[in-house]
Design a protein around this ligand. Structure first.
Ligand code: MLC
Ligand code: AMP
Length: 520
């Protein structure tokens, strides 16, 4: 049987001349395709050489990674695939309680962290039974590379079937703890191969990679897109609007969350001429405001292509790249919509009772297809809850589909705030707030924000006799949680608005704080 390891497909797409540049970094480093091939072989050999007890359930070893963005971090991802292990990326903003949960839940055989965090991460990992903890820093140092330097630069990718697990992406739920979405080699490859065609990747394309590489957008959509097309990447360690704009004349494709577009629009250097060489600007992970869509068109002459995805499903809808004859040649990139279900992906809109909604009517968005994950890591009940009896995944997004097939997202049934492209689950933050001394209860709502799109605002009720200070509470949260999860304001109020059933009316709080962050 052919090897369906995703790495094999990515490697097969490397250009014939392995000495051309594959990645150029913003600090002046050049990596050839040969460098990527050799480095991934060395790290894969290191992983395979480790003494790892064979799991009784046959699931390949997990490699949990919390490191700053670097080409070597991407190499580690590719090497993990190559070795047939399972990649578990973790946001660098996560703090000890968050990391302790992920490591405890996923039981990784290998943990890789920055040398700065090694003291506490290794303590958590060793306590959880992980035997191998390596360091990797964004300046090409750390024990991972030191050890890999002694390994052979040749390796045969481990045989994998399309249903075999390739990655676990943790994503929070409305209630309870984070769940690990299990994605297979087949999920990832089918989505990447389809997008290569749908977005018209061409020879000579160059991608500006300016997103973090611990979530679907930067790790899968961007990296797989470039590699599967044998395209060079201009690698930005951290998003800086001016640097991206400066690179536009050397690139053809850019992918960003809406905040990145908003910030670039704030720069005078973004002009039609500067963007003239570009072929495609893609936005996703959060709603793109129609003003941003229009402003971008007016300023650069380019129409942003908005698409919609999730950790559990990778990409599920997209505006069209070209007017390809569908709908009488009228297909266009429509601002405010997330486009059409992607080829091979079934998307449908259902009412609360499961009934199909007619075109234009609002309901829950459900999805099925080769892109859809197999379930949540070791949470069969949660998995069962999120799928319909006929096998569709309930996204938790609320939307509609018009007669021509365009999907529009109008809201979410899950209590989720998307801030600058990162997901923040109010229930998780409220749980932490409620534990703080003097706090009786709390509620967090998302309100519009000109930079992040949406941010959290906390309302806290004090216990009788307790004197609370909003700023102090936020500082306490900051010591415990990833910084992007911290509400931007915290108000101490006498009570929370409730309906007759006693349920907190978050819509009233949202209305109250709607105008808090007016555009400057
Ligand atoms: C940073 N901060 C945020 C934030 N990012 N606050 C709210 N939301 C965010 N997203 C806060 C920090 O806490 C800090 O606060 C201050 O801003 C500066 O931090 P920073 O790290 O210097 O910020 P910056 O580098 O400017 O980062 C902003 C950003 C980043 C927009 C570049 O958030 C980003 O890269 N977002 C992309 C997320 C992403 O890739 N999502 C894809 C998910 S995949 P303080 O108070 O400490 O100073 C997915 C599926 C799909 O959703 O469809 O793609
Ligand atoms: P995540 O769990 O981080 O993968 O986030 C997935 C969620 O991001 C989806 O369920 C949507 O709510 C949201 N999302 C992704 N793309 C878009 C988009 N283009 N417009 C609106 N919401 C989006």
């Amino acid at each position: 049987m052919p090897n369906q390891n995703l790495f094999v497909a990515l490697r097969d797409a490397f250009p014939a001349d392995l000495d051309t540049v594959a990645v150029e970094t913003d600090n002046g480093l050049h990596y050839s395709w040969r460098d990527l091939d050799r480095a991934t072989a060395m790290v894969a050999n290191l992983l395979q050489s480790l003494d790892i007890p064979r799991a009784a359930d046959g699931v390949p070893p997990r490699v949990a990674v919390q490191v700053e963005k670097s080409v070597e971090a991407m190499v580690l991802y590719l090497a993990t695939l190559r070795a047939g292990f399972v990649f578990l990326p973790l946001n660098t903003a996560y703090q000890s309680a968050e990391i302790e949960y992920f490591i405890g839940n996923a039981a990784p055989a290998v943990v890789v962290c920055s040398s700065k965090n090694f003291p506490w991460v290794s303590q958590i990992a060793f306590k959880a039974g992980t035997r191998h903890v390596f360091t990797l820093d964004d300046d090409r140092t750390g024990s991972l590379l030191e050890r890999a330097a002694h390994c052979s630069d040749r390796q045969t990718p481990v045989q994998r079937g399309e249903g075999d697990l390739a990655a676990i992406l943790y994503t929070s739920g409305t209630t309870g703890r984070s769940k690990g979405a299990m994605l297979s080699h087949g999920n990832l490859l089918s989505n990447a191969a389809m997008l290569k065609d749908y977005w018209g990747w061409q020879p000579g394309d160059v991608l500006i990679h300016a997103l973090p590489i611990f979530h679907v957008h930067g790790l899968f959509v961007a990296i797989h897109g470039a590699l599967l097309n044998g395209s060079k990447m201009l690698w930005h360690g951290k998003f800086d609007p001016r640097r991206v704009i400066a690179d536009l004349p050397r690139a053809t494709v850019f992918m960003g969350v809406p905040t990145l577009y908003v910030r670039m629009l704030g720069e005078a250097s973004l002009t039609r001429q500067q963007a003239a060489h570009m072929r495609l600007f893609i936005s996703g992970s959060a709603p793109l405001l129609i003003e941003t869509f229009n402003d971008w068109q007016a300023r650069t002459g380019h129409t942003i292509l908005e698409r919609y995805g999730m950790s559990e499903t990778i990409m599920l809808t997209s505006n069209p790249y070209r007017a390809d004859g569908r709908f009488d040649g009228q297909a266009e990139r429509r601002g405010g919509t997330v486009g059409f279900p992607l080829p091979g992906v079934e998307v449908r809109v259902r009412g609360d009772d499961g009934a199909a909604m007619p075109a234009g009517e609002i309901g829950g968005i459900q999805v099925a297809g080769p892109n859809v994950f197999s379930g949540y890591w070791r949470m069969p009940e949660k998995t069962a809850e999120e799928f319909t009896s006929d096998g569709f995944f309930k996204t938790g997004d609320v939307g509609k589909q018009d007669e021509r097939g365009y999907v529009t997202i109008v809201g979410r049934s899950k209590d989720l705030i998307i801030s600058g492209g990162y997901n923040v689950y109010p229930a998780e933050i409220e749980g932490y707030l409620n534990e703080l001394p003097g706090v009786a209860e709390s509620a967090i709502v998302g309100v519009p924000h000109p930079d992040f799109g949406e941010v959290g605002v906390a309302v806290v009720i004090a216990k009788p006799g307790a004197a609370l200070d909003g700023e102090r509470l936020l500082a306490e949260l900051k010591a415990r949680l990833a910084n992007f999860k911290i509400p931007k304001r915290c108000y101490v109020e006498p009570e929370l608005p409730r309906n007759t059933m006693g349920k907190v009316q978050k819509n009233l709080l949202r209305d109250r704080y709607q105008g808090l962050f007016k555009p400057s």
